[in-house]
Design a protein around this ligand. Structure first.
Ligand code: IMP
Length: 429
């Protein structure tokens, strides 16, 4: 019996929410280990639609949700989300939600700095969610973050706020943005502390106890490998590591606890925000994918850029992300297309290359080399067995497996939770 870690293999929004929800019903505990409220999951359960950004998806299934130390926590956003799902009937208490007391907080200064810096970047903007994720991670690494445990120590908080404001106000003033007073931050923290502290605990210890009791843990990644701060399309990335290895350090468990790594990949590719995207389609096919796939960001509502499946990038995500098997989502969006292309290599300045380059200039210049295959006319939407799929759709999936050098262990054919074809149960691996 294994734990399972779910990560995205493209630029996020691969449909992780549905897969995590489906797996959560078989787990006891669901853990978020990186990112913050920049993530967005939409879960459809019966007639309820849950929009989650920070809360682990397992809460929707009545499981214990955990926010690990690798997550940056915006306490206001968290409370708003808890209030929203509570109004929808979920029970969120310190018994069902454990938050790492060593997790860093996102404060109003972080969002302000994120937005001021994006505005100053002009043509080179990253297209961040503007929610302060990057500045909060910077503060963690620079050792000036306010962590949840600091809220219980007013004397610590006092000198830490001075240090934080010295740094941030200097930057904000330099960027021509409004600065903050210590009183403002103190008021903000005083308001959230009584609600936040009861949820906080030593998550590593609770998870260790859960492991000893044989409980099944699902680690829920946010964003995706191509947005990883080391392995993604830097600098057009998020500010955390998104690969499966981080499930361990981001929640305080041993590397062997990560278990089966399920990489989620859409049957085509999308991206929000700026940055290189070799297979992006600017034509009617791109628009068709966007319309059929309802490709709008859950968090910001921005339309997503759409393009063909890039097997080269996913092969890399499989290797660096430690992916054991792939969950392929949204196959039905390709139904009815005459032809479907897969990127199998690149051309850079007239030379054929087999891996994606690291420098941003080269990343922007690469041209995809495509392999094109006939599409299928039949619908795959709602298929629940391999036998229900058209032969051509099966060929497409098989070709993807060959190119990315990983098995497709799960196939999702509609947003409905049960429209899923399971080739291998990751918890049984
Ligand atoms: P940040 O994470 O807000 O700093 O944004 C950095 C980049 O990551 C931007 O291109 C965002 O659009 C992208 N990003 C962050 N979170 C997600 C996500 O959950 N899905 C897709 N893109 C994301």
């Amino acid at each position: 019996m294994s734990n399972v870690t779910v990560i995205g293999t493209q630029w996020g929004d691969e449909g992780k929410g549905k897969i995590v929800d489906w797996l959560a019903s078989r787990a006891d505990i669901v853990v978020r280990f990186q990112g913050g409220h920049n993530a967005g999951h939409t879960l459809v359960v019966g007639d309820q639609v849950y929009k989650l950004s920070l809360l682990p998806s397992g809460l929707v299934r009545g499981k214990i949700g955990v926010i690990g130390n690798g997550v940056v926590v915006d306490p206001k956003a968290l409370m708003t989300e808890i209030d929203r799902v509570t109004a929808q009937g979920l029970v969120v208490t310190p018994e069902t939600l454990w938050i790492a007391e060593n997790a860093p907080l996102i404060l109003p200064v972080h969002g302000a700095l994120d937005r001021a810096r994006e505005a100053a970047r002009g043509d080179h903007k990253i297209g961040t969610t503007g929610r302060g994720i990057g500045p909060a991670y910077e503060d963690k690494v620079a050792r000036r973050a306010i962590r949840i445990c600091d809220l219980a120590e007013p004397e610590t908080l006092d000198w830490k706020l001075d240090e934080l404001l010295l740094h941030h106000n200097t930057l904000l003033a330099g960027l021509g943005a409004e600065t903050f007073t210590k009183e403002q931050l103190k008021d903000f923290l005083a308001e959230i502390t009584p609600r936040l502290l009861p949820f906080s605990c030593q998550v590593w210890d609770c998870l260790d106890e859960a492991r000893r009791a044989g409980r099944r843990i699902l680690f829920e990644g946010a964003q995706a490998v191509m947005l990883d701060v080391d392995h993604g399309t830097y600098p057009f990335v998020t500010s955390s590591n998104t690969v499966a290895a981080v499930a361990a350090s981001g929640s305080g468990v041993s590397p062997s606890s990560v278990g089966f790594v399920l990489g989620i990949a859409k049957a085509y590719t999308t991206r929000v925000g700026e940055g290189p995207f070799p297979t992006e389609l600017h034509d009617q096919t791109g628009r068709t994918l966007g319309e059929r796939g309802h490709e709008f960001g859950t968090v910001t509502g921005r339309p997503r850029r759409c393009g063909w499946f890039d097997a080269v990038l996913i092969r890399r995500a499989v290797r660096v992300g430690g992916v054991s098997g792939i969950a392929l989502t949204k196959l039905d969006v390709l139904d009815g297309l005459d032809e479907i292309s897969i990127c199998v290599g690149y051309e850079l300045d007239g030379q054929k290359i087999e891996t994606f380059p690291s420098a941003p200039g080269a990343q922007a210049r690469v041209k995809p080399v495509y392999e094109t295959m006939p599409g299928w006319k039949e619908t795959t939407a709602g298929a629940r067995s391999w036998a229900e799929l058209p032969a051509q759709a099966i060929k497409y999936v098989r070709r993807i497996e060959e190119l990315i050098e990983a098995p497709v262990t799960l196939l999702s054919t509609s947003p409905e939770r049960d429209d899923t074809i399971l080739m291998r149960d990751p918890f049984e691996d």
